[in-house]
Write a protein that binds this ligand. Structure first.
Ligand code: LLP
Length: 415
């Protein structure tokens, strides 16, 4: 096959139908990822729940897919709650995160039947006490803890991060007060503790350290609580990334939690995790059209018709990606090139160095593993239009977000 297929559809067909730039998601791959999480994340000793961290990629169609697979949802804003409401997502399965939820957002959440709050700080807990009273609604509150562990790809640092803007240190006065306020409140119930230790994690050791910390706190409580370990499971952006298989990783996390609890003679009600990237990242591909090609003294550029507006990650995090000329898969890769976008910013580079065949304007360039934090962090800088999103399932493709049109850019402007 000399042409890239997504599902069973040749990319040239997708481009013909939907134009470029285009975000394409392989639904089967997302479902497989979810199934791997579900198969591994089970225990005979406590309940388990997987929440999809929807900030990675949120659309109504995506939330419907998540719901069809029986996962819960992690949301971080009124806008994400609104999307969940529009997707008819069961609100009792939604967990509201965020370090500065506004009173309006909390009210909106309560009014829409959301009951699980992951509280970040003492002021938030005080507000939840007041609003639960006002609405006479019972709310479940997890406290986000800063467990002082910061996970990097292959290692982790302890006590590296005590001044993080997220969460509370368990030993702090604020945290202890927050616990007391929840326990003393008529409508709030302490559901348990949450921590999130990083992104793109490839080793279990950091999570194991996190589990030990969280389990250690439980001995201060008579009630049976739940623990949420957060997200951060690494994916393969390039060959140098070697993620652990999902199913095995989460099976190990369950086993370590069971062991840690047993050692201390403790029990929990439920164990939760919140993967985002690892469900959608590798299932997404961005298709671009090559435009002008330019040789500078030291570099050859292939310019594409998108860039930092549809994928900010290379500019923001120096993130690496792999790509192919999608209809020239069999051609010899003789050109060492830089793939640059079309935005007015020198940092608008999609891939610093790629080895590709000789390209001509009009060729399709496929950038792999763009499914997480691409669309969700897209912008209209330079008045670029947000690309369409297409879901492919085997032989069928369906449009789930239409491509923006110029008119969309003025929406909200008051003349
Ligand atoms: N839970 C919490 C509390 C989080 O803060 C995050 C991500 C997740 C779950 C999901 O993490 P994941 O499984 O997707 O790694 N924009 C950055 C990533 C920011 C992640 C923020 N929190 C990027 O493009 O790499």
């Amino acid at each position: 096959m000399s042409e890239l297929m997504i599902g069973e559809i040749p990319v040239s067909q997708l481009v013909k139908q939907y134009q470029t730039p285009l975000y394409v998601y392989d639904e089967k791959q997302m479902v497989e990822n979810i199934k791997a999480f579900k198969q591994g994340f089970q225990s005979d000793h406590f309940k388990t729940k997987i929440l999809y961290a929807s900030k990675a990629f949120q659309t109504v169609a995506m939330l419907k897919l998540i719901q069809s697979q029986g996962l819960g949802l992690d949301v971080v804003s009124g806008g994400e709650i609104y999307t969940a409401v529009c997707a008819d997502f069961p609100m009792e399965e939604v967990y509201f995160h965020g370090n500065n939820k506004t009173p309006a957002e909390i009210r909106y959440a309560i009014e829409n039947g959301l009951v699980h709050f992951v509280a970040d700080n003492l002021m938030e807990v005080e507000l939840l006490v007041a609003l639960s009273q006002e609405y006479q609604k019972e709310l479940q509150v997890m406290i986000r803890l800063n467990v002082g562990i910061e996970a990097h790809t292959h290692e982790y640092v302890v006590t590296a991060h005590i001044d993080s803007k997220f969460g509370l240190l368990y030993e702090s006065e604020e945290c202890q007060k927050a616990i007391q306020f929840i326990q003393g409140s008529e409508f709030l119930q302490l559901e348990g503790f949450h921590a999130h230790i990083g992104s793109q994690i490839f080793e279990l050791s950091a999570w194991i350290a996190e589990i030990h910390k969280l389990v250690g706190y439980l001995k201060d409580f008579d009630e049976v609580l739940s623990l949420n370990l957060g997200g951060g499971f690494g994916i393969r952006y390039t060959e140098s990334d070697q993620p652990l298989p999902i199913e095995e990783s989460v099976r190990e996390l369950v086993r370590f939690t069971e062991e840690a609890l047993k050692k201390q003679g403790l029990v929990i009600n439920e164990l939760l995790i919140e993967p985002g990237r690892s469900i959608v990242g590798e299932a997404g591909t961005t298709l671009y059209t090559v435009g002008f090609i330019k040789q500078t003294p030291n570099k050859k550029y292939y310019f594409v018709d998108g860039g930092m507006t549809d994928n900010i990650r290379p500019a923001l995090y120096q993130a690496s990606y792999q790509c192919d000329l999608a209809t020239k898969l069999r051609e010899k890769k003789t050109e060492k090139v830089t793939i640059a976008g079309k935005m007015c910013e020198s940092g608008d580079v999609v891939i610093q160095e790629a080895l590709l065949p000789i390209a001509e304007p009009g060729d399709i360039l496929a950038v792999y593993a763009t499914g997480a934090y691409g669309y969700s962090m897209s912008s209209n800088y330079n008045r670029a239009l947000t690309p369409a999103v297409v879901f492919v399932n085997g032989e069928t493709a369906r449009l789930v977000v239409r491509r923006q049109e110029y008119e969309d850019l003025l929406r909200g402007e008051v003349q």
